[in-house]
Design a protein around this ligand. Structure first.
Ligand SMILES: [Zn+2]
Length: 332
């Protein structure tokens, strides 16, 4: 969170939620788990089952559910609704989140990367987290850090600086991660096979049969701004087409990986040409985008923030953005 949001969170109060309830919201998450998850732990913090169930209680107590069908069919969106979504297709969406949603009769959208479905490959950031967990368990052996730093040509003064640099390597350098895995004697194929970090085709089918919705999230989860225009488009369209081909889906839903901030107008227009009913999801918070087929979400993943206050904060931030002229997203 930025400085302004931090201040707004401090002055927020859960009782304010009733003032803002009319605003329909689109919270999103990646994972919910009671356990440590080595391939995620070093990237962001997440909620446990009890905390997530509490979120569901807060949402259902204050909002009505928004059926993804209404978005797909271009129905006028009503006020005071919520729709949650989950990015990256981690196995916990099937083992933990799906049962909780079912129990509460809540529909949701899951945005997945086809390359990782069935656990033959994984997201490079997840591999990096796994590497950091391994380094941490070995007290950040200086010799090992040095060889990794040399491999990526970065310098560091502290372990935490090292971690930050490793997490932020360029997408084009991701092949070198395999060298690091080898160096550390981590058998990634074994890890994928044993822990099955990602959802499988069979699980996706089961969830679709149960009325849940799936959307693309690119094939390999690249930072789009590090790819050529053509590659960006292919990554996006291929992930949506993969779902259509494998699961007889006839709608187009997609969520931008990492951030939608630098997505060009040209790319958006081409996606609207691909399917004029496509719905695109960003993570810029409560903002209005240049087209109502782009839906903006905010994260409720942080376990250290109180849920009602976080929703209030997002609404206060919307008010603030309105005042400083940043409520309407501008795109080049
Ligand atoms: Zn993602």
């Amino acid at each position: 969170m930025g400085i302004v949001k931090d201040i707004l969170y401090k002055v927020s109060n859960k009782r304010f939620l009733s003032i803002f309830k009319n605003q329909t919201i689109f919270p999103y998450y990646h994972i919910v788990s009671d356990n440590k998850v080595a391939h995620v732990d070093n990237l962001y913090q997440f909620k446990d089952c009890k905390q997530f169930s509490n979120d569901i209680n807060v949402l259902t107590a204050n909002y009505k559910t928004l059926d993804p069908k209404d978005i797909i069919e271009n129905n006028r969106l009503k006020n005071n609704r919520f729709l949650i979504s989950f990015d990256d297709g981690l196995q916990e969406i099937y083992t933990i989140i799906y049962p909780i949603l079912k129990e509460n009769n809540i529909k949701a959208i899951f945005f997945i990367n086809p390359n990782f479905v069935d656990n033959n490959d994984g997201l490079y950031k997840h591999y990096i987290s796994l590497i950091i967990s391994h380094l941490r368990n070995n007290n950040f052996d200086e010799k090992v850090l040095q060889s990794i730093g040399q491999l990526f040509s970065f310098t560091y003064n502290t372990d935490e600086e090292f971690v930050k640099q490793l997490i932020n390597i360029k997408f084009s350098e991701r092949e070198k991660i395999n060298n690091v895995l080898e160096l550390l004697d981590i058998n990634i194929k074994e890890y994928l096979k044993e822990y099955k970090p990602y959802i499988t085709k069979g699980q996706i089918q089961e969830m679709i049969n149960d009325g849940f919705y799936f959307g693309g999230h690119t094939m390999t989860h690249p930072p789009l701004n590090q790819l050529s225009h053509e590659d960006q488009k292919n990554e996006i369209v291929n992930s949506i087409n993969w779902l259509k081909e494998n699961f007889n889906i006839n709608y187009s839903l997609f969520a931008f990986p990492f951030s939608d901030k630098l997505v060009s107008k040209k790319l958006l227009n081409e996606l609207f040409e691909y399917d004029r009913n496509i719905k695109l999801f960003g993570n810029s918070g409560l903002k209005k985008d240049i087209d109502n087929r782009i839906i903006q979400r905010f994260s409720l993943e942080n376990p250290n923030k109180q849920t009602e206050r976080q929703i209030v904060t997002e609404n206060l931030y919307k008010f603030y953005n309105n005042i400083i002229g940043k409520y309407n997203i501008k795109r080049k």
